[in-house]
Ligand binder design. Structure first.
Ligand code: SIN
Ligand code: FE2
Length: 213
C-alpha cells in the first residue's frame, strides 16, 4: 500500500494501528531542540552503556526528565539518579514536554505527559537492533520519538523478533509515535549511513519520550 499520493510534500505515514510518522512535525523547533541537547550535554555526558551480557551499545545515550533509562550488568531499568554523575538527570525542558504532548495528541493519545526522555546519539555505522520498549510500567502511554540530523532507516517489525521488518526513512524533524495496539512492536534503526547534516554534522540525535511509571 502506498502511504499517500503526496508523499513528497507531506511525508506523514501510517506504520500500523495507533502508530505513525509525523513528517517534519518538529522541524520548526529543531534548532532549539538541538541547542537544549548541547546545553544538557555540557554537564551530562553521552555514554555507551553495557547490556547485562557485557555488550557495549553502539548508540551513545543520556537522559533528561525525572527518570532515565539505563542498562548495565544488572539489566535494564529506570533510575532517578545518573550513575555517571551521581546527580539527578537534567530536568525535562518545557519545549520537549510540549512537543511530546502535541505529537502524541496528533495520533489520538491525549494528555501524554512523559516522565523520561532518552537522548540517543548515532554516528555513521551505529545501529539499534530490533527490540521492544518493555521497561515502562504504564503500557497505555505511547512512545514518542524525534529524529534530528542525519537521516536513518527505521525498522518496523511485528510482535515477534523474527517477524519481517518494514523500512521507513526518518529525516530531520520527523516524529514517530506508537502506542495502543502497536505499543509492543519490535523496532530498531539500521546502521547509520555516512553523511553531513547542517544542524548536527555527522550525527543523528533521537529523543525518545516515555511514561516510565
Ligand atoms: C528507540 O527505539 O529507542 C530509538 C529509535 C530511534 O532512534 O529513532
Ligand atoms: Fe525503542
Amino acid at each position: 500500500m502506498l502511504p499517500d499520493l503526496f508523499a513528497d510534500e507531506r511525508r506523514d505515514a501510517t506504520l500500523g494501528p495507533d502508530a505513525g510518522i509525523l513528517g517534519g512535525f518538529a522541524l520548526d523547533i529543531a534548532d532549539a531542540l538541538i541547542a537544549e541537547i548541547r546545553r544538557m550535554n555540557a554537564d551530562t555526558p553521552f555514554r555507551h552503556m553495557e547490556t547485562r551480557g557485557g555488550r557495549r551499545l553502539s548508540v551513545a545515550m543520556f537522559n533528561c526528565g525525572a527518570l532515565g533509562w539505563i542498562s548495565d550488568q544488572s539489566g535494564y531499568r529506570y533510575t532517578a539518579i545518573d550513575p555517571e554523575t551521581d546527580a539527578p538527570w537534567p530536568a525535562l525542558p518545557p519545549l520537549f514536554r510540549d512537543l511530546a504532548g502535541r505529537a502524541a495528541a496528533a495520533l489520538g493519545f491525549d494528555g501524554f505527559v512523559p516522565d523520561a526522555c532518552l537522548v540517543n546519539r548515532y554516528q555513521p555505522g551505529t545501529r539499534l537492533s530490533l527490540h521492544q520498549d518493555m521497561d515502562e510500567r504504564d503500557k497505555t502511554a505511547p512512545i514518542v520519538s524525534v529524529s534530528l540530523g542525519l537521516p536513518a532507516t527505521f525498522l518496523w517489525g511485528g510482535f515477534q523478533r523474527g517477524d519481517r521488518a518494514a523500512r521507513h526513512r526518518l529525516v530531520h524533524g520527523d516524529v514517530t509515535v506508537w502506542g495502543g495496539r502497536s505499543r509492543m512492536i519490535f523496532h530498531g534503526i539500521d546502521a547509520l549511513k555516512d553523511g553531513f547534516h547542517p544542524a548536527t554534522g555527522a550525527l543523528r540525535y533521537n529523543l525518545t519520550f516515555r511514561k516510565a511509571r
